[in-house]
Design a protein around this ligand. Structure first.
Ligand code: CDP
Ligand code: CDP
Length: 223
């Protein structure tokens, strides 16, 4: 089987996870959500009451933390030290803190190795912030998904409201904008469109339309 790598990057709420997951199912590729890995580490740091601003504390955590992605009955689950934390890592408290942990160079280096190992599964759709630029720079196809801040905040609002969180759209927009800024400005592997990535603005697409656009691009390149 010839390995094929599809990299999807972009800012928060652009639709990466949803689109990547559907795409992987459609193509029968494995799906790797790299953001979930940073979220899992953040969850552990919060639970252990570590100082989230101390890179020394976070670096120490890394050495005894096990993060795995498993496919269970066709759904992707993230495990932290053998415990399923798939749903826990989506809490707003994690979103608010994850970028400060993800900017630590040693954390990125650790995740980079894990992610490259995971990509050995063969045909892979991997999604995050630095996949096309750093993790899989030789990926066969790279996408950079974007959407207006308004559209992204609105999507997150609907998602959190559905899960029962009491949220207001302005603070969501603010959280997303802060996170994008930290992710784009960090020294190590910032959020960046790779030169050879195809940019897709999903502001006016629903999920099916966005998936279709990517499938058409993949067909053009791989057929
Ligand atoms: O789903 P959402 O876009 O809100 O975030 P995510 O993909 O779960 O990623 C959470 C955070 O992890 C991002 O805001 C980044 O700080 C970090 N991240 C990263 O630095 N590099 C990646 N490849 C993926 C995520
Ligand atoms: O992974 P990322 O942060 O880029 O976005 P996501 O978690 O896949 O999508 C954020 C929310 O927007 C989810 O609730 C999706 O169902 C929704 N979405 C949408 O309404 N329209 C799209 N074209 C893409 C995602």
């Amino acid at each position: 089987m010839k390995p094929i790598q599809i990299a999807i990057d972009g800012p928060a709420g652009a639709g990466k996870s949803t689109v990547a997951k559907r795409l992987a199912k459609k193509l029968d590729f494995c799906y790797i959500d790299t953001g979930a890995m940073y979220r899992a580490l953040t969850l552990k740091a919060i639970k252990k009451k570590h100082d989230l601003n101390s890179s020394g504390c976070i670096k120490q955590l890394l050495s005894n933390t096990e993060i795995e992605i498993k496919n269970i009955r066709n759904e992707i689950h993230i495990f932290l030290d053998n415990k399923d934390v798939t749903y826990e890592i989506r809490q707003p408290e994690i979103s608010n803190n994850v970028s400060n942990i993800a900017k630590i160079p040693e954390v990125r280096d650790h995740m980079l190795h894990l992610q490259r190992e995971m990509a050995q599964c063969g045909k892979v759709v991997m999604e995050g912030r630095d996949i096309g630029t750093v993790v899989l720079p030789e990926a066969d196809i790279k996408f950079f998904l974007t959407a207006s801040l308004e559209a992204r905040a609105n999507r997150r609002f609907l998602e959190l409201e559905k899960k029962g969180y009491s949220v207001d759209i302005d603070s969501i927009a603010q959280e997303i904008a802060i996170r994008d800024k930290i992710d784009s400005k960090r020294q190590s592997a910032p959020l960046l469109k790779a030169d050879d990535a195809i940019e897709v603005d999903t502001s006016n697409y629903d999920i099916d339309e966005a998936v279709d656009v990517l499938v058409q691009e993949i067909k053009k390149r791989l057929d």
